[in-house]
Design a protein around this ligand. Structure first.
Ligand code: ISL
Length: 597
């Protein structure tokens, strides 16, 4: 029960910490603080290819299966390169494709320089990269170096004896010192991040599952191995890395009881390690800076108060990070992602994205996303997946993502308006997070029905169901048995049927991407929020070099008015999700419209 409570408190605190502007700054900040450096230099408007890019994320397991084993693979992606090119996107981020026993679908890596056998071979990878580059597409890989798999050779050696040369590649706590201070685990059935290992009478640390032991970055050999591996992929020609839970790599290795200021907030604590920025600067020096590549942190636990420490150009660390504050909105406090039955507040939503825009107004650069492999489908979570609103709300959200001052990270399938599958039974879920949280709820006597009800909206597998290519068996994803069920709406929501429909979500996405790419004002233009207390409409302008664009987004399933102070009848309409966009400030349900002066 205590663990469950801690898990609840910790998860809630993660959401809360994301809301707190003035949370405790990172420990042991270097002498030249970001704040001082910030005044001396501005990089916010320096033009870079990765600021102008639209990033499209592919979950390889679910994209396209070429050999009938029910699991997507690299040859499958290769067979769809022309489709990817047709979207107009620039960069593809692939979730991990390395050697892995798949406890967490590739986020548990057993060989960083090999390709997962279900996904293909290194030759397939080389062909994929070549095919992408031939089409002018860039490839960003996932870098998962907070932890490895317990089946990685390093860990096998490390656990074999206390004096093995690899012992210090991981965090061990000898049992004769007693139980280590509690650390919370995301995926453990008891939420306990320490696992006792009989062989050497010691505990090892795993912030995620028991099969994902945390690497010890204090060991210079670990850092060298990681930088070497990064260069290996860069030398092959990859164009960047998305860095999994990178704010967690530095730990206070004395493992004290949780310091008082972090009580109940493990995530913020995990993101405040003493040497994070030293490690990132070393990574920049030894690997990133040697290539023309992009880097983006999964900015878990990072707030607007410390974001620039990661991404201001003069810090020489990373290019971008993505925050959790937006996607954490609308859950009940002290819950495992239980959505508030009242829904989320659009005013809060606007405040969050406006605050993050302001964080990068003169330095650094932002990102924007509503969906990824850890999130439910954006249309279900932030729009409305009821048949009459699915397309309109999905296009409205696409308009939002592609008109903000930040690099959009767009999740495969959202261009079709894919929605949550909403499983009823725990057996249908494959995800370790949902399965183990369910166990945790069950063993601690919680209401599992309530948990399952919430999972229909929030579980990660909702965003991982197979990509919907056509209306044939298994949506054209596989000729075998898909590893995760296909959404029954694939008979109507799929590429083949949307391809030929000029009003489809797919073609709207293509038009929207083109509009962004052809209008620098949508990339670099200053962002100003209008009518900020309007509970239904998100309205903002973007301005650059005398050009002004106004974006109006009705987030509700009813008509709504907006006061922009602009005469819309004099504006040119650039795009809308209704045949004729409104010109009087009265928006129809889920209406999105873009105007220009
Ligand atoms: O998915 C989440 C919320 O439902 C997060 O708690 C997630 O575990 C966290 O954002 C870290 O995510 C990353 O690392 C995990 C992996 O399972 C995720 O897929 C990955 O994006 C461990 O490597």
């Amino acid at each position: 029960m205590r663990n469950l409570l801690l898990a609840f408190v910790s998860f809630a605190a993660m959401l809360c910490s994301a809301m707190c502007q003035n949370s405790t700054p990172a420990m042991n900040q270097p002498a030249t603080s970001a704040a001082t450096a910030r005044d001396a230099n501005t990089d916010g408007n320096a033009r870079k290819w990765w600021k102008e890019a639209v990033v499209y994320q592919i979950y390889p397991r679910s994209f396209k299966d070429s050999d009938g084993d029910g699991i997507g693979d690299l040859k499958g992606i290769i067979s769809k390169l022309d489709y990817l090119k047709s979207l107009g996107i620039d960069v593809i981020w692939l979730n991990p494709i390395y050697g892995s026993p798949n406890d967490d679908n590739g986020y548990d890596i057993s060989d960083y320089q090999a390709i997962m056998k279900e996904f293909g071979t290194m030759q397939d990878f080389d062909d994929l990269l070549k095919g992408m580059h031939a089409r002018g597409l860039k490839l960003v890989m996932d870098l998962v170096v907070n932890h490895s798999s317990d089946e990685h050779e390093w860990f096998k050696q490390s656990r074999s004896s206390r004096d093995n040369p690899y012992r210090n590649y991981y965090h061990w706590w000898p049992a004769e010192k007693g139980k280590p201070a509690h650390r919370w685990s995301f995926f453990d059935v008891n939420a306990d991040a320490w696992k006792f290992d009989e062989k050497t009478n010691s505990y090892y640390l795993h912030y995620f599952s028991q099969k994902q032991p945390d690497l010890n970055w204090e060991n210079p050999k670990v850092r060298e191995e990681v930088f070497f591996m990064m260069r290996f992929w860069f030398d092959k020609g990859v164009d960047g890395f998305r860095m999994d839970v990178i704010p967690f790599i530095s730990k206070d290795t004395s493992f004290p009881p949780l310091p008082a200021e972090y009580h109940g907030d493990y995530i913020r604590y995990y993101a405040s390690g003493p040497y994070t920025h030293d490690y990132l600067r070393a990574m920049n020096k030894e690997a990133l800076s040697k290539y023309d590549v992009m880097s983006v942190a999964e900015g878990i636990g990072v707030t607007t108060a410390d974001a620039l420490d990661y991404v201001a150009a003069d810090r020489h660390e990373l290019n971008m990070l993505y925050h959790f504050e937006g996607v954490s909105l609308g859950y009940l406090p002290n819950s495992h992602k239980i959505p508030d039955p009242k829904g989320y507040s659009l005013v809060e939503f606007k405040n969050i994205y406006s605050k993050w825009d302001a964080a990068f107004a003169s330095k650094g650069w932002g990102t924007i996303y509503l969906g990824n492999h850890d999130q439910p489908r954006m249309t279900t979570r932030w729009g409305n997946d009821a048949p009459q609103w699915r397309e309109l709300s999905s296009k409205m959200l696409t308009t939002f993502l592609l008109t903000m001052r930040a690099t959009p990270y767009y999740y495969a399938g959202d261009e079709l308006g894919m929605t949550n599958i909403k499983f009823d039974r725990i057996e249908d879920y494959q995800d370790i997070e949902t399965r183990n949280w369910y166990q945790l709820e069950k063993t601690s006597g919680q209401d599992v029905q309530k948990f399952l009800e919430a999972a229909r909206i929030t579980a990660r597998d909702n965003g991982r169901t197979p990509f919907q290519w056509d209306r044939t068996t298994n949506a054209g994803f596989t000729t075998g048995k898909p590893w995760l069920k296909v959404n029954p709406n694939s008979t109507s929501v799929n590429v083949a049927s949307e391809e030929g429909d000029p009003n489809s979500c797919l073609n709207y996405f293509r038009t929207m991407v083109r509009l962004r790419k052809n209008n620098p004002v949508l990339i670099y233009g200053k962002y100003t929020l209008l009518d900020k207390d309007n509970p239904d409409v998100y309205a903002y302008t973007r301005e650059l070099d005398g050009k002004k664009v106004l974006v109006l987004l009705n987030f509700k399933d009813k008509s709504a008015s907006v006061a922009t102070g602009h005469d819309l009848s004099k504006a040119k309409t650039l795009l809308g999700n209704y045949p004729a966009p409104s010109t009087n400030g009265k928006l129809r349900p889920y209406e999105a419209a873009i105007y220009e002066w």
